[in-house]
Design a protein around this ligand. Sequence first.
Ligand SMILES: Cc1cc2nc3c(=O)[nH]c(=O)nc-3n(C[C@H](O)[C@H](O)[C@H](O)COP(=O)(O)OP(=O)(O)OC[C@H]3O[C@@H](n4cnc5c(N)ncnc54)[C@H](O)[C@@H]3O)c2cc1C
Length: 379
Amino acid sequence: MRTGLAVGLVPVFRHHVAAGPVRPPVSLRTCSEVDMSQVLIVGAGIAGALAAHELEAAGHDVMVVDKGHAPGGRVATRTVGDAVFDHGAQFLTAKSSTFQALVDGWNAAGVTRTWFRGSPDLGSPDTAPEDTDASDGHPRYHGEPTMRRIGEHLSAGLDVRLGTVVEAVEAISGGWRLRGTLRDGFTPFTLEGHAVLLTAPVPQTLALLDAGAVRLDAEHRRELDEIVFDPCISVLARPHSTPTLPTRGAARLQDGPIMWLTDNQATGASPTPAVTIHGAGGWSREHFDDPDEVVGRELVGFARPHLGTDADVLYVHRWRYAKPTAETGEDSILDTTHTAPLAIAGDGLAGGRVEGAALSGLDAAARLIEHLAGVTHAT
Ligand SMILES: Cc1cc2nc3c(=O)[nH]c(=O)nc-3n(C[C@H](O)[C@H](O)[C@H](O)COP(=O)(O)OP(=O)(O)OC[C@H]3O[C@@H](n4cnc5c(N)ncnc54)[C@H](O)[C@@H]3O)c2cc1C
C-alpha cells in the first residue's frame, strides 16, 4: 500500500511531465498503521532523486515531495516567453569515479553532453569538448539541451509530488510525519512513513526539524549549524545583440559583483537571445533584499562591458541558499536516536556542487538501506 495520510490533491510528476496528473486524496491512516517499508524524501533535487532510485532498487516504497514546480532543485531552467535560461547550476564536473560513472551514463543516454574542457574563466581560451589536452583536464558537462533535463531524467519513474511544501518534520511512534501545505497556499497535508530523508539546503532542513521539535544529537546539530551558504542573485536578461563572450558561451569572473555569465542561445538552451547573470556571493548577500529593478539594472550594468551589449531584464531569481561555503566531515547524516531512522543529505554535506549532492544522496541511501536491513533482520 502507498502512502500515509494526505489531505487534498497532490500533483504528481512522472516521466518528463512538468505538472503531472492529479492523484485522488489518500485516506487517513493512523500512526499505528505507519508503513514500515515507506521512505519519505523531502527534495527532488540531485541528492533526493538519486537516493530515491537506490532505495527503490533495494525494495523500499519511496515517495519524494518537493515544493517546486519542476524536479532538479538548483539544477534549474526557467522559460520567460520564448527565452530559456539555465539559472541555477551551469555545468557539472566529475572528480570522483562514482559520479563520473553516473555522468557517463547520462552522456550515453543523451541527457548530458561535454560542453567544453578547460577553465571557464573569462580570458581563458576556448577549448573544444574533444580537446583532451586542455590545461584544466576536467570536462564541463551540460544538460541536453538544458540543465533541467537532468532533474527530469532523474525523476522519471519515481513517485514525485511537486508543489508540496513541507513545513515541519515530526517524530511519531515508529516513524515520521511530514506536515505542510500544498503550493496553492491553503490545502494542508500530512504524510507518514517509517524512514525520512531530508535533502533541502541544510539551514532549511534544520528549520523543518525545529518546527517539528525534533532534536538531533548534539554533535550532528553542531556540525549542521556550521554549514553556511552563499546566496546568489540570478538576473535573466535579453541582450540587444549577440554577446561577445567566448565561443563556449560562458565566462566565470573573479573578484567583482558578477560571478558568472552565460549566453543561453550559444549553449543551445534557448532558441532566442537569453543571458544569465549570476551575482557573486558577497554582492548577492549585500543586495539580497533590494528591489528587482535595482539589482537587475545594476547587474546588467556590470555585465555590459563583458557582453559588449546592453540587455533588458526579464526576471530576477533569488537563490537564498546557492552554494555551501563550509561542509561536514560526513557525506550524510543518519540519526537513529528516535524510534525510526532520519537521514540528512545534500550538497552542504559533501563538498558542494552537483557532484557533492549526488555523492551525499547516494551515501544517505546506502546508510538507510543498511540500517533498514538490520532492523528487518532483527524483527
Ligand atoms: C546559481 C547557482 C549556480 C550553481 N552553479 C553550479 C555549477 O556550475 N556546477 C555545480 O556543480 N553546482 C553548481 N551549483 C550548485 C548545485 O546546483 C547544487 O550543489 C546542487 O544542485 C544541490 O543539489 P541538492 O539535491 O543537494 O539540493 P537542491 O537542488 O537544493 O534540492 C533540494 C530540493 O528540496 C526542495 N525543498 C526545499 N525545502 C523544501 C520544503 N520545505 N518542502 C518541500 N521541498 C523542499 C527544493 O525545492 C529542492 O528541489 C550552483 C547553484 C546555484 C544556485
